[in-house]
Write a protein of this length. Structure first.
Length: 396
């Protein structure tokens, strides 16, 4: 029966994308470890090559001083760490504040061309073999650079992705809790992706590449970090994951700000899939394509479409054999979407409920993908910085 096929196809794809893929590579890694040589400990050598840290800042006057202090406190030889701060287009005192620190190279142009153009301009000033990118509104742990560069002892490593952590503040609401849970799960998957072969796309909060592998992603690219890192993978290198190098930032100030950020990312996801269509070739990149499709493409394309399909097909099967199974599953879906509605209503009143964080944020992400897709089709997503307002540390 066609309805049953649609129901089970939708169910399998959704479960595989969000849970099954993680379980599959977890089992794969366990089996791989079982058949590997026992008592073999892989020790990552300690290396300290010259590194350039690039920080892009746009109107960050309220935070930039803290960012500079955090940067100057990094545990890495000062004679091997070059610091570049880009403040293009900033109309507040961000450039003046950065200029007070002689150890930092300030790049500033009054015109606002966007983060990608600014980062590309900064790359012309990089003279070290390794470059690290991070955002201006994040704190790095002291050993972040040291832990990142050790992976470059492996010649097959073309980039390293750091971890993103969400700092919960005293007034954190559903957006913050949901975002934090999402990134914890993503970090878990990224670690397994890296252990299997490669991280499938780095996050701009903190990532690094070999300078020689840098390619300008394009003027109108929305997810430059994702494009840059996966193009490196397409050239035969891998992107390692380093959980002991992390960027800490507060959650979006509210759901409106988080929605703005998610829609922009979603529009960038569809743009990225078009630009990286070559990665869908299983014959050319078998393992990379498997990871890319399983971890990214299915989540961005089929899953948002199949969620309503699953609900509607389940509705048509309520009286089909085995009716009890279909009815129980439908009741579960009703409970899930009921939790989403309640979570939304509570968020409007500023009431927190940990039980409702997951269903609400999960639904929120998938709705953002629909909105991001339509924005991508319209082609009206600007590449200019339009940062989401984040909660202040003082609120903690």
């Amino acid at each position: 029966m066609a309805i049953k096929f649609i129901f089970y196809f939708s169910l399998v794809i959704i479960i595989y994308s969000y849970v099954g893929y993680g379980l599959l590579i977890f089992a794969w890694l366990k089996i791989k470890k079982l058949f590997s040589r026992k008592n073999t400990i892989v020790k990552i050598p300690i290396i300290q090559p010259p590194v350039t840290l690039i920080v892009a800042a746009y109107n960050e006057a309220e935070f930039i001083e803290e960012k500079i202090r955090n940067t100057l406190s990094l545990n890495y030889p000062s004679d091997k760490l070059s610091l570049i701060f880009i403040t293009d287009g900033s109309t507040d005192k961000t450039p003046e504040i950065v200029a007070r620190y002689p150890s930092i190279q300030l790049l500033h142009e009054p015109g606002r061309s966007g983060k990608i153009a600014a980062m590309h301009r900064a790359m012309g000033h990089v003279k070290t073999p390794i470059v690290v990118y991070c955002d201006a509104n994040t704190y790095l742990n002291a050993d972040a650079i040291k832990n990142i560069v050790r992976h470059y002892a492996d010649e097959k490593v073309g980039g390293v992705a750091g971890e993103k952590k969400i700092m919960q503040t005293g007034s954190a609401e559903v957006s913050g809790a949901g975002e934090g849970l999402y990134w914890k799960y993503e970090s878990f998957l990224k670690q397994m992706d890296s252990d299997l072969y490669t991280v499938v796309g780095a996050a701009g909060e903190l990532f690094s590449i070999r300078t020689e592998l840098y390619e300008f992603p394009g003027e109108n690219v929305l997810l430059d970090d994702f494009i840059i890192s996966l193009r490196i993978c397409a050239r035969g290198y891998r992107v390692a994951y380093e959980k002991e190098a992390y960027a800490m930032e507060t959650a979006s100030a509210n759901l409106k700000e988080e929605k703005k950020r998610k829609i922009r990312i979603s529009a960038g996801a569809f743009q990225s899939m078009v630009m990286l269509k070559g990665l869908l070739n299983f014959f050319k990149h078998p393992l990379l394509t498997f990871q890319y499709v399983s971890h990214r493409v299915l989540r961005w394309t089929l899953c948002p479409l199949l969620l309503p399909v699953l609900f509607v097909s389940n509705l048509f099967l309520l009286n089909e054999y085995p009716a009890m199974v279909y009815r129980l599953f439908f009741a579960g879906q009703l409970a899930f979407y009921g939790a989403v509605v309640v979570g939304w209503l509570l968020s409007l009143r500023g009431i927190k409920s940990k039980l409702l964080y997951f269903p609400y944020y999960f639904f929120f992400i998938n709705v953002s993908l629909y909105l991001g897709f339509f924005r991508y089709l319209k082609g009206n997503q600007s590449v200019l910085w339009d940062k989401a307002v984040r909660k202040k540390i003082q609120e903690a």
